[in-house]
Design a protein around this ligand. Structure first.
Ligand SMILES: NC(=O)c1ccc[n+]([C@@H]2O[C@H](COP(=O)([O-])OP(=O)(O)OC[C@H]3O[C@@H](n4cnc5c(N)ncnc54)[C@H](O)[C@@H]3O)[C@@H](O)[C@H]2O)c1
Length: 441
């Protein structure tokens, strides 16, 4: 199959490279001339494990090319994926569909022969109808089917997720489009990934329902964590105790600083808005959003509580800035409101992240960036673990303690065993588990 991917970001680049790896002929198009120039030089503009190798292999084999020009690849494609951003619209939280509609108009001008235009971006119900209308408005005779194929990959494990999905959702009633989509994903259903064909609107809603459900699960365990702290229970054991029940499942039951990232916050906001517009409000998701929004500042207060509620004159070392490990993505990372709240409480901030510091510099001011966890701990009154990067899981605790002004660890990801940290003479705070104080202070 000949495929054009419009939008070469976290989703477009991974999907394009994986499709090429399946043997399809793929052109990844992006408006950003820097991004395309970097890719043409063989540089990967984002951090995603193993993506460099996948891109290089397929580019070298001639199956994957990059361009800022859309017309030529579109005119030669069997399928065109739209994988542009759908951020929150400023002011009201609806998904901003300007990039999607602009892409649809551009595509419409260059279609030749039967083509399937497939929205991979996360878009509200009804967006496919509008994409189709825009295409037909530009070219009334276009032989086109517009389908929805939401993407479920997770940053940090994107290639694995793309190649071993739990399911592929394809929304279209058009028989020819179903054939094209089946052919594109054939290597996967040989691997037994179920392809689920639905109506376009159903496919669009599946994506939002999935993300809102996962966000709800996270928020649920976060509130159970707060209760655990109050009643002297251990949230990790509660999570295991409920997660072993197959009806519940153990995933997404890790208490922490609240969800962030490029998808959950904007997608829950957009679902709330769509539901309100259709007079079918989803109150549970409205509650999730409100609880999650408050949580980041609550985590800052948790840090401050160690020092009697005031952080003036205190230096806090932040370990981890990205919203999850194995990505450089800082979009809506919990670290941003957390750090701002710590600064509001008077703290001086040092920070280290293995991949996120470049993006963090444009999001956060008055932060001293360090070159490793130990230099971040130097002179710090507390270390706050915000992202559970692998390299933070086995820190040399005696060395960390020697570097610090005051041996306090606030572990917002529960990556350590409380007794183990306390045994090294730390005060240790985590989420939904009892505090440990071995400092005698
Ligand atoms: N990031 C994820 O983990 C993830 C997972 C599943 C779904 N999604 C969804 O996929 C979509 C893309 O997300 P992303 O994280 O890859 O975004 P991104 O911001 O990383 O990439 C979007 C790219 O589209 C380009 N672009 C915008 N308009 C264009 C146009 N008209 N022509 C060509 N290029 C254009 C931008 O320059 C940018 O490089 C969003 O709707 C998102 O919700 C993201």
């Amino acid at each position: 199959m000949r495929i054009t991917m419009v939008g070469t970001g976290y989703v477009g680049l991974v999907s394009g490279a994986c499709f090429a790896d399946f043997g399809h002929q793929v052109t990844c198009v992006d408006k950003s001339t820097e991004k395309i120039a970097a890719l043409q030089r063989g540089e990967i503009p984002i951090f995603e494990p193993d993506l460099d190798r996948l891109v290089e292999t397929n580019a070298r084999a001639g199956r994957l090319t990059f361009s800022t020009e859309l017309a030529e690849p579109v005119s030669n494609s069997d399928a065109i994926f739209i994988a542009v951003g759908t951020p929150s619209r400023r002011g009201d939280g609806h998904a901003d569909l300007n990039y999607v509609y602009a892409a649809a108009r551009e595509i419409a001008g260059s279609l030749k022969g039967f083509t399937v235009v497939i929205t991979k971006s996360t878009v509200p119900v009804g967006t496919g109808d509008e994409v189709e209308r825009l295409i037909r408005e530009t070219d009334a005779s276009a032989d086109v089917a517009v389908a929805s194929n939401p993407e479920f990959l997770r940053e940090g494990a994107a290639i694995r997720d793309f190649k071993h999905p739990d399911r592929i959702v394809a929304g279209t009633d058009d028989e020819r489009a179903r054939k094209v989509i089946s052919e594109i994903y054939r290597p996967l259903y040989l691997n037994q990934a179920p392809v689920m064909f639905t109506s376009r609107r159903t496919a669009e809603l599946i994506k939002y329902a999935a993300n809102a459900f996962l966000a709800t699960k996270i928020t649920f365990i976060n509130e159970i964590a707060d209760l655990s702290e109050k009643v002297g229970a251990n949230v990790q054991e509660v999570a295991r105790g409920i997660g072993l029940d197959n009806r519940i499942g153990s995933k997404f039951l890790h208490a922490g600083p609240g969800f962030g990232g490029s998808c959950f916050p904007k997608d829950t906001r957009a679902l709330i808005k769509t539901a309100q517009d259709f007079e079918a409000p989803i109150r549970i998701v409205e509650a999730v959003q409100a609880v999650n929004d408050n949580r980041k500042r609550a985590m800052a207060r948790k840090v401050a509580a160690v020092f009697g509620g005031n952080l003036r004159g205190k230096t806090i070392g932040i370990l981890g800035l990205t919203f999850k490990p194995n990505t450089d993505d800082m979009r809506e990372s919990p670290s941003i409101p957390l750090i701002t709240a710590l600064q509001d409480l008077g703290a001086t901030i040092k920070a280290y992240d293995p991949e996120g510091m470049k993006q963090a510099r444009s999001e956060l001011s008055d932060v001293t960036y360090c070159d490793g966890p130990y230099s971040c701990a130097e002179g710090a009154d507390a270390i706050v673990i915000v992202t559970e990067w692998e390299q933070f899981r086995a820190l040399d605790l005696p060395r960390l303690k020697r570097e610090m002004a005051c041996p306090v660890i606030v572990d917002l990801r529960n990556i350590y065993r409380p007794e183990e940290v306390a045994a090294h003479g730390f005060r240790y705070e985590s989420v939904g588990r009892a505090s440990q104080n071995a400092t005698g202070v």
